[in-house]
Unconditional design. Structure first.
Lengths: 148, 546
């Protein structure tokens, strides 16, 4: 390896180290509980996906806009998503449309994710994975109410 | 009219069909961009296209959109990119090795089988409304309440044809590389040991003698080493996707013959791992290795200087091959049942191996140009630099999303498909293929590219258009816009989609400038000569262009 290549290789190693250390560290907020600790959730929410429907608790019925999953900001919530047919995605979206979190919902598995909401407000739930031509309809507005 | 030799003619035929697929691909892209920015505008086009669709009913706009989304990568990857690669390699490999293609009869067979199979697989989406998307996540492609049965079967047949053809092509390339390059013949095992560097390692460790009759990758041109090692990924990709296609075909035929099989018999996560392991051999395997090989070939050729650091380059190609075998989990970072160690190692850290291999490749290419100063910025060199820009931008976006933390908010957003994937394909791979075309046409036909002005229009329209489109979509992705999702109007992403559409139109302008220039360079006589059946005669030797 020539001198210039060695220098460049060193630069590459530096970028690799900095980027990965930063993004694996708690500087990315959710890495705190997804990677570096296993907090006990104070609440568990089970969501079922089937036939283009997102079935939310408490009764597994499709949620009307007046109800909602109520969680407290700053507390850990475990979301468990299951699918009875094809692959879906569980995504929570803030009122401004940006995504808070997501996971794939693989059929035949309990798909789990622990989340801590920082900001109170109403969050939409949308399927984030294509599941057929009616996939875009899989949206539940104001599905999660995050209380202060 | 210039007389074009047998090899050159087939290479140009591959290129012509590749460009037709690119035009179709662009047409679909514009339609989908329009659907996302102004859905109502396409009713007339939809009605006209529906007349061509033998489905016996009027499909919904969503069905049309998603089936087009399924067809789109088929003609982009296996129509445009693979046919370009096949045509270029069928000229360059024998040209560089100074020997004939080992099985000449496979060249026209590869051409026709690829053309027909891509048409069948693409047509399953475009005409028969197969709408499972290229990801084919199990059991969606066999969920016949969501995807059409006939479309699913036709798609699987077309996909199988493509994969078989790729295996035949790879066999021919391997045979050509290995034929007569050594007085001994090689077994597959010997070839693979050499491709993975095991043969060289054994010699260094004293386990084998220096004159051991192994295929010697050290003596081959760097480009050919890239072709051979990249083709290992190509073969794995074809075999894996062939199994997926066969599975879908079996389930489809079982329903057709009234003996339906249970989709739950196949584990969706295991299938997803298997599928992405194979599919990723294209995205993170042969695309990178072939592209590196083309840079290694073109840059010294265009600047008239030996490639800088060739010894390292050979090791980099091998590293690229090894890395490509272990990175597929970055497509499963959002799959919580996927073990964390897989997501962390395969998904994130091994993926960074590509940062090193591509980082060194790009450095070597740019440093070679730097050392060769002053250089003439010829059309192919300009497009080589454009492709490096594309791979840098798309690669950086890819590393950001291939991250266990950041993927949580980027997976399946417009960021993934635009800032990463389309940038890699349009700005990176697309511009590299144009560089090859601009370089090969004078080599093969002794004709100079006719208009520099049109080259510049092509270059700037393409690079600006693809960058604008990528970032408009990418910013929408950061703001939560999903890929593969239709949003009813009004929505907050409309401005992004309008800008992305403008970028797409700019790309189309660049492509038209390219077509006009190439047809003007070749002349209509030569262009027609490519499609007029030639008389049955013995193929002429390579390099017979007069």
């Amino acid at each position: 390896m020539e001198k210039e290549e060695r220098i460049w290789f060193g630069v590459l190693i530096l970028v690799f180290l900095v980027f990965n250390i930063v993004t694996l560290s708690p500087l990315v907020p959710w890495q705190q509980w997804l990677l570096w600790s296993s907090p006990t959730p104070t609440q568990r929410v089970a969501i079922e996906f089937e036939n283009y429907e997102i079935k939310l608790p408490p009764n597994g019925d499709v949620l009307s806009a007046s109800k909602g999953i109520q969680v407290k900001a700053g507390e850990f919530v475990e979301f468990t998503a299951t699918s009875r047919d094809v692959t879906y995605g569980l995504g929570a979206f803030r009122p401004d449309g940006t995504m808070a979190f997501q996971m794939q919902v693989i059929p035949g598995y309990q798909n789990r994710l622990v989340w801590k909401f920082d900001t109170p407000g109403m969050y939409d739930v949308r399927s984030t994975e294509y599941s057929g031509p009616r996939h875009s309809e899989m949206l539940v507005k104001n599905a999660i109410q995050v209380m202060p | 009219m210039t007389k074009i030799g047998w090899h050159e003619k087939w290479t140009l035929r591959f290129a012509v069909v590749a460009l037709i697929w690119l035009a179709i691909n662009g047409f679909e892209g514009i339609l989908m961009r329009t659907q996302l920015s102004a859905p109502g505008a396409l009713h007339g086009v939809e009605a006209a296209l529906n007349l061509l669709r033998p489905v016996g009913r009027e499909p919904s706009s969503a069905e049309v959109f998603y089936s087009m989304l399924t067809a789109h990568p088929i003609c982009g990857i296996y129509g445009f990119a693979y046919m370009s690669v096949m045509g270029a390699f069928y000229f360059l490999v024998p040209f560089l090795l100074k020997k004939e293609i080992r099985h000449k009869s496979l060249v026209p067979l590869n051409f026709w089988l690829q053309t027909v199979s891509v048409f069948v697989a693409w047509g399953a989406g475009f005409f028969l409304l197969f709408d499972s998307l290229y990801t084919l996540y199990w059991p969606l492609p066999v969920s016949y309440d969501r995807v059409p049965l006939v479309g699913s079967i036709v798609f699987a047949v077309g996909a199988a044809g493509i994969m078989v053809n790729i295996l035949l092509f790879s066999f021919n390339i391997f045979s050509t590389v290995l034929s007569k390059s050594n007085p001994h013949s090689y077994s597959l095992g010997q070839f693979l040991r050499s491709a993975f560097g095991i043969a060289q390692l054994r010699k260094r460790l004293g386990r084998d003698k220096e004159d051991d009759p192994q295929p010697d990758f050290g003596s081959l041109p760097v480009f050919v080493v890239s072709v051979a090692r990249g083709s290992v990924d190509t073969v794995i990709n074809a075999v894996v996707l062939l199994t997926a296609g066969a599975l879908i075909l079996v389930y489809g035929l079982a329903v057709l013959f009234h003996v339906p099989l249970n989709p739950a018999a196949v584990n969706a996560l295991v299938y997803k791992n298997w599928f992405w392991w194979g599919l990723d051999m294209v995205a993170d395997g042969n695309v990178l290795i072939y592209s590196a090989g083309v840079w290694y070939l073109l840059v010294p050729l265009l600047v008239g200087r030996k490639l800088y650091g060739e010894a390292v380059v050979r090791a980099v190609i091998l590293a690229d091959l090894l890395v490509s075998l272990g990175v597929w989990s970055h497509h499963l970072l959002a799959d919580r049942p996927q073990p964390l160690v897989m997501r962390l190692l395969s998904g994130q850290l091994i993926t960074w191996g590509e940062f090193f291999t591509m980082g060194l490749t790009i450095f070597v290419s740019l440093y070679t140009i730097w050392l060769a100063r002053p250089v003439k910025l010829t059309p192919p060199l300009k497009f080589v630099l454009g492709s490096i820009f594309g791979f840098l931008m798309g690669g950086a976006a890819g590393l950001i999303q291939a991250n266990v933390g950041l993927n949580l908010v980027l997976h399946n957003t417009q960021w993934v498909i635009s800032t990463h994937a389309h940038t890699m394909l349009l700005s990176g791979l697309g511009m590299l293929i144009f560089a090859v075309i601009y370089a090969l046409i004078p080599m093969m036909t002794k004709l100079e590219i006719r208009s520099r002005w049109l080259v510049n229009v092509h270059f700037w329209a393409w690079i600006v258009g693809s960058t604008v489109m990528a970032w408009a979509m990418g910013l929408a992705g950061i703001q939560g816009m999903l890929r593969r999702t239709l949003y009813p109007l009004p929505n907050q992403y409309e401005p992004h989609m309008v800008v992305a559409l403008a970028g797409g139109i700019l790309i189309a302008v660049g492509f038209l400038a390219f077509l006009v220039n190439i047809i003007g360079t070749l002349g209509w006589g030569n262009v027609f000569g490519l499609v007029v059946p030639e008389r049955r005669s013995q193929p002429q030797a390579s390099g017979t262009a007069a």
